[in-house]
Design a binder for this molecule. Structure first.
Ligand code: IMP
Ligand code: MG
Length: 198
């Protein structure tokens, strides 16, 4: 599958190191609590598994499902809910987990929902954060790796439902073409990667 990509931003070791950094912060912040970790499918699947396995503490896992993109590269602005979770959120510490924070709509939607359901606290962890893409104000408590505002694919992130199983994340030749990214632009994104996550 790698041949379909024009550039790779992060490979598995860098991604797993970022997940371990987040896990260390979570272990401190949730010490003495039993949080409910709520993964937002499908994108959260890989991050969720790798994250909770790094946590040597009592926790529960739940999943919800949403989609707002269809096969487009821009959010439709509407959250389509799929699989739902009915656990008793009242008084619980809820940690929302998603693959990427983009427009902010998905996480702010679920954040508000769990507050309405009476959670004692609601926080969020994402593997990738695109701060340049926000359409509504929302920041994750655990933002992971900062990435540029271009369509990323791999490591749980899909393009038309495909490539989620790649062990790396990068930019597909096809989405680069659709987004009009030049070679110079792509080179700049890769070289800026280091400074973004210092
Ligand atoms: P938001 O609601 O716009 O913040 O987007 C959140 C959801 O959109 C994520 O859970 C992803 O499933 C999807 N998404 C956003 N940006 C990308 C991307 O660059 N690649 C793949 N999926 C993305
Ligand atoms: Mg998603």
């Amino acid at each position: 599958m790698e041949k379909d990509f024009c550039c790779i931003l992060y490979r598995e070791p860098a991604i797993r190191a970022a997940i371990r950094r987040t896990a260390r912060r979570l272990a401190q912040d949730y010490e003495g609590q039993t949080p409910v970790v709520v993964g937002i499918l499908k994108g959260a699947a890989f991050f969720m598994v790798h994250l909770v396995q790094e946590l040597d503490m009592l926790l529960e896992i739940e999943f919800v499902q949403s989609s707002s993109y269809g096969s487009a590269l821009r959010s439709s602005g509407r959250i389509k809910r799929g699989l739902d979770t009915k656990f008793e959120a009242k008084g619980r510490h809820v940690l929302l987990v998603d693959d990427i924070l983009d427009s902010g709509r998905t996480l702010s939607h679920f954040h508000a929902e769990f507050e309405r359901r009476g959670a004692a606290s609601v926080r969020s962890a994402v593997l990738f954060d695109k701060p340049g893409a926000r359409k509504i104000p929302y920041e994750a408590d655990y933002p992971g790796l900062t990435v540029p505002d271009v369509w990323l694919t791999g490591y749980s992130l899909d393009y038309k439902g495909l490539y989620r199983n790649c062990r790396f994340v990068g930019i597909l030749r096809e989405t680069a073409r659709i987004q009009g990214l030049t070679r110079a632009h792509l080179r700049r994104l890769v070289s800026e990667k280091k400074t973004r996550n210092d």
